[in-house]
Design a protein around this ligand. Sequence first.
Ligand SMILES: [Zn+2]
Length: 378
Amino acid sequence: MPEQPTRPRPAGTIKIGTIAGSDVLVSSSWFLVAGLIAIIIAPAVENAQPGLGAWKYLAGFAFAVILYLSVLLHEASHAIMARRYGFPVSSITLHFLGGMTAIEGEARTARQEFFIAVVGPLTSIAVGLLALLVRPFTPDGLLLMAVDGLAGANLLVGALNLVPGLPLDGGRVLKSLVWKVGGDPHRGTLVAGWGGRVTAVAVMAWPLLQGRLLDDEPDILDFALAFIVAAFLWSGSTAAMASARMRRRLPDLVARRLVRPALAVPGDLPLAEAVRRAQEAGAGSIVTATSAGEPVGIVNEAALAAMPEDRRPWVQVSSVARTLETGLRLPADIHGDDLVMAISRTPATEYLLVEADGSVLGVLSTADVDRAFRGADH
Ligand SMILES: [Zn+2]
């Protein structure tokens, strides 16, 4: 869905700049983790460059910043590739597990999906290899430590992100390949989603394997980290699969097939009389109209039901009708994605379906859309 460029920042983030027109945000959790990294690696800093005293913590923090700058490069590559294909990128967010690029819209072809995904890990691997290249020319001490860290972290991030499971980049690569071969993007998502679930289980099992294979007893931190990463993978893949299952059923949703015939009445007609006429005409909904026949409102079914029988002769139809704003008039042929987007843009319980020539086809009830959507599942 197209969004305004000036949209509110997600809660708990601060903006640190822009890259190629996209906001770069840092989540508050990141500062906590950067502080932790600074404390954890302070002894290594001391080792690499003795005599720094308390400055070693600042050096450790700078080290964390450099690592995350390389994560930023990874995310920026996704953003730049997405923009090349014409997708707006609203923001890049750095959080403690890495980064996230908010691309608006979905790849239209398997090729776009492939390149937007694969460019990230390739960028990380390139940064890692570059660091390895300059390593022999790097003086000992803090600088060498930074170069080693950059090489190790980026090669690791690049390789891990190529693991073929959603929500990792490798999962999107797998999705694009399945999409290319079978022609169905949603099947691609389901396959890559299972890849993500298998990866999550493997990550959970890793601390145990580590004990068996490497003879390296896992500690509580290993288990905690494995749990966090596995939960991230599992929830990401599950969400992607749920959305693919939903989107798969969308093309079956056709507004025209769900239309309720509408009876047009003057807005000042007593409600009881309008209901009587509608029943007589076999109409499933009531629209209020001007004397010239121009529709101005749709009777809200819930408001009508809430109106006691004995009051209906004394109130006007318009008192239970919602005024027709622009978003409440939908083209009669709207379907699938477009229909769902139109409903989420202007949430309402009833919409007026209008033919291309401007004539009214009838009323679309959101309840009917929901029912058809759930029904399509069985
Ligand atoms: Zn990525």
